[in-house]
Design a protein around this ligand. Structure first.
Ligand SMILES: [Zn+2]
Length: 178
């Protein structure tokens, strides 16, 4: 699996195959994630002169933009709040402030990796949900999305055991301790 929304949880080898190999590739720092600027949110589509409903597909109240989706929107905020709390992370709701928080917090490498995994899994899951709502008219509940994110984080932490078994074990211990 590859997470493209804002960086990747997998890396592409020169051959084109996907392989998890290095935690440095696996969990890039937030400032390396320019990808969300390329997400075709409705504010961008409107800025291109195309016609679309401006409303957020999660709440149908605010207008869709990256800032709204992550996490000014009440629906996505409830999800991220639960996931962030599992890492003991008190998150900002504002995108730029959150990026700064992620860069500088926390100093513990295992906890920082876990937090970034959670953040990436949350962005990926929420963007997938947004596209499911738009294209498939399929709506998942907040609880279902939290369950999916938790499963993704567990699977990604477990997958590191191939190359870094001790680190993977530490991640999983921390994940299940919270
Ligand atoms: Zn919304």
């Amino acid at each position: 699996m590859r997470m493209n929304l804002n960086g990747g949880l997998g890396i592409r080898k020169k051959s084109g195959s996907i392989q998890e190999r290095s935690i440095n590739y696996f969990v890039p720092l937030p400032q390396r994630f320019p990808g969300t600027r390329r997400c075709p949110t409705r504010d961008r589509i409107l800025s291109w002169g195309l016609q679309t409903d401006p409303k957020c597909l999660y709440c149908n109240v605010g207008d869709e933009s990256i800032k709204h989706c992550f996490f000014e929107c009440n629906f996505t905020w409830e999800i991220w709040k639960i996931i962030a709390a599992k890492c003991g992370f008190s998150s900002s709701r504002q995108w730029q402030a959150l990026l700064l928080q992620l860069q500088h917090h926390p100093p513990n490498k295992v906890l920082k990796t876990l937090l970034l995994l959670c953040w990436q899994a949350t962005l990926y899951t929420l963007w997938t949900e947004r596209n499911n709502r738009l294209h498939n008219v399929h709506f998942s509940s907040c609880a279902e999305l939290v369950r999916q994110i938790k499963l993704t984080v567990k699977n990604r932490a477990s997958s590191l055991s191939i190359d870094r078994p001790k680190f993977s074990s530490s991640l999983l211990r921390l994940w299940f301790a919270t």
